[in-house]
Design a protein around this ligand. Structure first.
Ligand SMILES: *Cc1c(COP(=O)(O)O)cnc(C)c1O
Length: 302
């Protein structure tokens, strides 16, 4: 099923299954639109905390009740970039009653490089209650044209089609999406460049003592806790746009090499000025961070 972006398909999905009093389970923090779409569909949100930035699928399975109509799994997760392993997903699906739909939101699928990561498409045959959402907005760079798609059991899709807005995807958007599929090699080469930069930037941050989960999307998640807002303002002041989630963390998108270098320079300067190392580390192991806490080894001038 094709829709005006995968968000439109998600909305159709939630509105289709959401009766008053019904529940939707999703991890938190995850995609910021899930709670809004759940509210609009009149569903109760059941949020299951991430563990180390990743989905806690056993805990999510525990939260499924007779009232649960849908589980949303953002894989890779926005904004933390983590992926759920194939085996974990299989176990989760085995515990999900067939009357509860599971939607795997794979908006960042093309950026995942983890061999144990799974596409929901492989699991759909065995689980007719599973639907997979993909989009042309991220790796294909067509966000402004609004095209996404949902893959699922024909019986599920038939019901969803009754509830979606017809003619939502313009002719131009359809042509662009088809053309993009024809140019996949070129377009996905850009994804490889992003993946290489993602590794480089994360390695640099980790070497400087930052706590950054391995990401499988086109962004990195900096777990800054209470320092998030301040760091977000610091980046803005340096002309770098990041996404701040106050009290939790900051998501930084991977850009061109020179943009990433500007971000690395800004974050290194922030660390030096603020002597934030202790904060970055607060909840975490010390390990390679120790040297940062010793000013004479960091090249600090002030
Ligand atoms: C960007 C994004 C989408 C969808 O975007 P569309 O442009 O509507 O296709 C869906 N889920 C997540 C997690 C996203 O980050």
């Amino acid at each position: 099923m094709v829709g005006a972006g995968s968000i439109a398909l998600l909305q159709t999905l939630l509105q289709s299954v959401g009766d008053p009093g019904s529940e939707v389970v999703y991890a938190w923090r995850s995609f910021e639109l899930y709670p809004i779409l759940a509210d609009l569909a009149g569903m109760r949100s059941v949020r299951v905390p991430l563990v180390e930035g990743a989905h806690d699928l056993p805990a999510m399975a525990d939260r499924i009740t007779d009232a649960t109509r849908l589980v949303l799994i953002c894989n890779p997760n926005n904004p933390t970039g983590t992926v759920a392993a194939r085996e974990e997903l299989r176990k989760f699906l085995a515990r999900t009653p067939p009357t509860c739909l599971v939607a795997l939101d794979e908006a960042y699928y093309e950026y995942a490089r983890e061999p144990t990561a799974s596409s929901g498409l492989e699991l759909g045959e065995a689980h007719p209650n599973l639907v997979v959402l993909r989009t042309f907005s991220k790796a294909y760079g067509l966000a402004g044209l609004r095209v996404g798609y949902l893959v699922g059991d024909p019986r599920v899709v038939e019901q969803l089609r009754k509830a979606c807005l017809v003619y939502a995807v313009s002719g131009v958007a359809q042509q662009a999406a088809v053309a993009a599929l024809g140019l996949e090699d070129q377009l996905l080469h850009r994804v490889d460049v992003t993946v290489t930069e993602r590794r480089r930037v994360r390695d640099a941050l980790v070497a400087h003592g930052w706590d950054v989960p391995v990401s499988h999307a086109n962004f990195l998640w900096l777990r800054l806790g209470d320092a998030s807002a301040e760091f977000g303002r610091w980046c803005t002041g340096k002309g770098i746009a990041v996404r701040t989630f106050p009290g939790e963390g900051v998501r930084v998108s991977i850009g061109r090499a020179e943009d990433n270098d500007a971000f690395l320079a800004a974050s290194a300067e922030w660390c030096r000025r603020e002597q934030r190392v202790a904060l970055i580390n607060s909840a975490k192991k010390v390990g390679p961070y120790e040297w940062l806490a010793q000013p004479d080894q960091t090249g600090r001038e002030d």
